[in-house]
Design a protein around this ligand. Structure first.
Ligand SMILES: [Zn+2]
Length: 50
């Protein structure tokens, strides 16, 4: 099962993430240049601009 991680600021697709129990990462959005902190817990993705 793949989840699409989207930028919470501009909704640009950042990456696909395979299901994971728990993950934390930061991605720089290529469109709006914001650093997005993505956390995934029990397949719920939460992203927010840092
Ligand atoms: Zn963005």
């Amino acid at each position: 099962m793949v989840k699409v991680v989207k930028c919470p600021v501009c909704a640009k697709r950042l990456m696909d993430m395979l299901s994971a129990k728990e993950a934390n990462l930061q991605i720089k959005c290529p469109k709006c240049k914001k650093v997005i902190s993505v956390s995934l817990i029990d397949n719920q993705i939460h992203g927010e601009a840092v």
